[in-house]
Design a protein around this ligand. Sequence first.
Ligand code: HGY
Ligand code: MN
Ligand code: MN
Length: 419
Amino acid sequence: MVRIDRERFRAAFERYSAIGATDNGGLHRLALSAADGEARDRFVADLESLGLSVRIDEVGNVFGRREGADPDAAPILVGSHLDSQPYGGRFDGQLGVLTALETLRSFEDANLVTERPIEIVNWTNEEGARFKPALMGSGAYVGTHDVDVVLETADADGTTVAEALSEIGYRGESPCGPTETPHAYLELHVEQGPVLEEREREIGVVEGILGMAWLEATVRGDADHAGPSPMHTRSDALVAAADVVTGVRRLAGRLADDAVTTVGEFRVEPNSVNVIPDRATFTVDLRSYDEDVVAAGVERVDAELAAACEREGTTYELDELWRIPHTEFSPWVCDAIEAAAEAVGRSSVRMIGGAGHDASYLADLTDAGLVFVPSVDGKTHNEREFTKWTDAVAGADAFAEAVRRLAGAPAASDGRETA
Ligand code: HGY
Ligand code: MN
Ligand code: MN
């Protein structure tokens, strides 16, 4: 068994939390921003001081490699993401990267030789807040997102991923994609939901994640003067869109018990107090474990738009920005997580996750698993996001033990303590 260094783990968390920190205890560290660049620099320095070989790929994914006894064995890949939501929490993503880092530091302390090499990774743009879609770096790594399309993707200001990567010095040389298929992938993440708190468990063994669709609706009306224009002659894009927003909210209850729907972005033009809006653009985030439910939800959003535009005399377009099917994690990796939690004396429960994670795409490439730790009040994507440090430590204990088991002991050790 390997024990993490609690003080060092906490110090690392505080140090990274200061990069892009907000006044209310959160993080504003958008993908490929200067703050993200500073966090990456810190991460690379920490990998190098651990003696890992560092590589940065074409879309900025940062890897560190710790050799094992058998250089030909496929590696165990561990990690998460350092980018955050706008004014988001400091645990989402960051805690997973730092738990993986503390795991490797503890292996070094224990002079632990594992059978397999271990690679640690910080994935580019997991959140999809600045550049869409989400899970961009891991999606490019497994081949779901095309690297050229990713590099040309622009943010609201027209800055492309390629330009932003170059600006922070992370447009890497190495091809984006596995040099060898990992033996397994393991990620720790805050639950971002209420289940672990409600069930009073320390560790979530995540068996799957909801499928999701991201849509963008554009409603077009007729700009006109707010004063002299009679109400019955108006084509008000905002009124039609607002009808659809409440319709999307109602949709969740009608689709399925696990269905969730969210309108997160909304823009009005010309956005002037005395002009009838002629354009309203908004996003819809639709999720359910059942693909048919997500597909039915997309159809229902389209029907809501058609009916609202019929009433208001407006027109609309509906584009699909992203679709990812539900994720099923590897049973043997789930078993390894559960056994590791038990070995370190931590309670656990099996569950389904509602948020997308890089592990979702890694599950398409290899045997993947996801470890959850509790979120206080389930709060997340919010500066108030919080995980009790005792729970973070419990998660790190279980995660380190799971990695030790996945990486295995060498067939013949050189006399040092083996995994
Ligand atoms: O959208 C998600 O679930 C993740 O936070 N990117
Ligand atoms: Mn995350
Ligand atoms: Mn997130």
